[in-house]
Design a protein around this ligand. Structure first.
Ligand SMILES: Cc1ncc(COP(=O)(O)O)c(C=O)c1O
Length: 380
């Protein structure tokens, strides 16, 4: 492993500092982390309480069949897609899903393309496992959306075996429009590139009806999670949907690396899938928060601020205020108690001039944070 390429997750470093200041009694506005501000649906908590005295031990390595079947019903209902429960593997959040997908679907050392900016763990995990990441640079003027032609151009320059992206994305909130998504899948097929679709924010798309790559192609590897839309971050529970050809190897990897996903979290996940009205209500609150944050950041003088298509992030150009966003975020936290994430987490080339603000938290906190920033930033 190339140790130099493994970097800290700066969002978590800022978060740790924020927690420390909070423990010392300072009021902190947590706009740095992508953790849902809301709680899981009440019925989820009740089900966990009920299951607690008699917890299941290990489950089947691929997860309990009732959870996998509930996921099949969920995809049939919300996406009109028929999935076999046999093709689902329940994971510890999408994070362990990435490990399983990389190791199970590619030869070590394979090249896997990623977007820049993008979720930092992709790059760090690939580097850590000895794969070769190939970055595809996205552009603010395209609303940070990946396109089929971006993929063609990048492939011509340096071919790759796989492509991983999230739509909606972290940190940009960019969502790929349905027609472009179809073209991307077609392009990947033509080039012989195995697609991994990170669909963790699919439920939080404000720009179009949530979509899954499986609506267009059954050979995509889908990674998803109960962390964001379903507010089960700390339960560490997610899922993979896999083409037949990778199933057995990934099942064996799961058996050996993790045995099974936590059983109590599997209980919680089944109930979460039944509570869509509750989660749709939370989604509406994120969308309201998005509008408050977007308008506030524009008024403060940040550049390139547009309403995010999805997820719960605003990724803004802070070059008017800094060319070292980590230092900027540290100062802002220490001076006014507002946490934000340095763009360097998501983009090792241009990220020093960008900052990500999360609108996953409470409306009042976002409003207060914006007021505090008015005093902290030089006037536009
Ligand atoms: C795009 C993306 N994928 C994956 C994850 C990991 O989530 P988890 O392991 O909790 O499912 C995150 C977390 O922020 C994310 O933003």
């Amino acid at each position: 492993m190339n140790k130099d390429s493994l970097l800290p997750f700066l969002a978590l470093e800022i978060f740790a500092k924020a927690k420390q200041l909070e423990a010392q009694g300072q009021k902190i506005y947590h706009l740095e982390v992508g953790e849902p501000g809301g709680s899981p649906a009440p019925r989820v908590i009740e089900a966990v309480k009920k299951a607690l005295p008699n917890p299941q031990t290990y489950t089947h390595a691929k997860g309990n069949i009732d959870l996998r079947e509930s996921l099949c019903d969920f995809y049939a209902l919300h996406h009109g897609v028929k999935i076999d429960a046999n093709n689902i593997v329940i994971t510890m959040g999408s994070s362990s899903g990435f490990l399983l997908a990389f190791l199970g679907a590619f030869e070590t050392g394979s090249s896997i393309a990623l977007t820049r900016p993008g979720y930092p763990a992709y790059l760090n995990i690939l580097n850590g496992l000895g794969f070769k990441p190939v970055e595809i640079a996205l552009r603010a003027e395209n609303q940070w959306r990946l396109s089929a032609s971006d993929i063609e151009i990048a492939y011509k320059k340096e071919p790759f075996d796989g492509l991983l992206f999230a739509s909606p994305a972290n940190p940009t909130g960019a969502s790929i429009p349905r027609d472009e998504f179809k073209k991307i899948i077609k392009t990947c097929k033509k080039l012989g590139v195995q697609l991994i679709s990170d669909e963790i924010y699919t439920g939080l798309d404000y720009s179009q009806k949530p979509l899954t790559a499986l609506e267009f192609d059954s050979q995509t590897i889908v990674v998803n999670s109960f962390s964001k839309y379903f507010c089960l971050t700390g339960y560490r529970i997610g899922w993979l949907i896999l083409p037949d050809k990778f199933l057995r190897k990934i099942e064996m990897l799961q058996q050996n690396m993790f045995i099974s996903a936590p059983s109590l979290s599997q209980t919680a996940a089944i109930i979460a899938l039944e509570e869509i009205d509750y989660y749709q209500n939370q989604k509406q609150q994120y969308q309201n928060n998005r509008d408050i944050l977007t308008n506030g950041l524009i008024d403060l003088g940040f550049e390139g601020v547009k309403p995010a298509d999805g997820a719960f992030y605003c990724y803004v150009d802070a070059s008017k205020f800094t060319n070292n966003s980590f230092e900027f975020c540290q100062n802002m936290l220490a001076s006014i108690g507002v946490g934000a994430t340095p763009g360097a987490d998501f983009d090792r080339v241009n990220g020093d001039e960008y900052v990500r603000f999360s609108f996953a938290g409470k409306k009042e906190d976002i409003e207060q944070a914006l007021k505090k920033m008015t005093g902290f930033l030089p006037r536009p």
